[in-house]
Design a protein around this ligand. Structure first.
Ligand SMILES: NC(=O)c1ccc[n+]([C@@H]2O[C@H](COP(=O)([O-])OP(=O)(O)OC[C@H]3O[C@@H](n4cnc5c(N)ncnc54)[C@H](OP(=O)(O)O)[C@@H]3O)[C@@H](O)[C@H]2O)c1
Length: 228
């Protein structure tokens, strides 16, 4: 059974990913920026019979990340799978956004995963089969790129670059790094009109976390490679 941490797993796709992986028997760590919220969601899942560990982790806060690294080092001494799921969508309309929105989005969606990867590297290197799964979006794919929502789009394009860089740099450490587009999913971010249920949104993430035969350095939707 693997030790798996999911950032931003207090709701949406992250929470569902914890639910599915914990039900498969993996040792999951639910995380979020608000400690009370994290404990409440852990209790909710416990009520469904889903047992998960939990700790506070704000991807914008180095001290919080360091405390989460210590929490896992003390309990497990390694991390097998890091799911960089935490993300924000601040652009209010399709119109060109202001620089502050782009900067703020970048801080969470790009520098957040970058910081978290760097901090957890020593524990991921101890896995022997480490995996990093970055929650990207087709909206960040250059091939599918349309206008509007620049903060979100640019952040996910840059996150895909983070995937490519670490996939190359960490191949020698037996750590595979991939980007996932979950599709348009009914969550607080995706909204009610989205076409996919959250169970489907988590499917490719769970597969990348657990299957033996997975790729490295790819952008995937529905377990298949899609263009960058
Ligand atoms: N839904 C879609 O259609 C869709 C499509 C493509 C890609 N994605 C990507 O999939 C991921 C999950 O999306 P979702 O739809 O589940 O979004 P969501 O329902 O809005 O949930 C986002 C999660 O990220 C957390 N978060 C935000 N800032 C954080 C921070 N600084 N530190 C730690 N956690 C933080 C939130 O925590 P709080 O509760 O504290 O706010 C929340 O748990 C995102 O990266 C998103 O971009 C979603």
């Amino acid at each position: 059974m693997k030790v798996i941490l999911v950032t931003g797993s207090t709701r949406g796709i992250g929470k569902e990913t914890i639910r599915q992986l914990a039900r498969l028997g993996h040792h999951t760590i639910l995380t979020g920026r608000n400690e009370k919220h994290v404990t409440d969601v852990q209790d909710d899942l416990g009520g469904e019979g889903v047992i998960t560990d939990a700790c506070q982790l704000d991807v914008r806060d180095d001290k919080s990340i360091a405390a989460a690294v210590k929490f896992i080092a003390d309990r497990h001494g390694k991390l097998d799978v890091l799911v960089n799921n935490a993300g924000i969508f601040l652009d209010e309309s399709g119109a060109p956004g202001d620089i502050q929105v782009i900067r703020d989005t970048f801080e969470t969606n790009v520098l957040g995963p970058y910081r978290v990867i760097q901090a957890f590297l020593p524990l991921l290197k101890k896995s022997g089969d480490g995996r990093i799964i970055n929650l990207s979006s087709g909206m960040g794919g250059l091939t599918e790129m349309n206008g509007g929502y620049p903060g979100y789009r640019i952040s996910k394009t840059a996150l895909n670059a983070v995937t490519r860089i670490f996939a190359n740099d960490l191949a020698g450490d037996k750590i595979r790094v991939n980007s996932v587009c979950p599709g348009w999913v009914k969550t607080d971010m995706g909204g009610d009109r989205a076409t996919r249920e959250v169970e489907k949104g988590a499917e490719t993430i769970v597969w990348l976390a657990t299957a033996d035969d997975i790729p490295n350095g790819k952008f995937l939707r529905d377990k298949k490679e899609i263009p960058w």
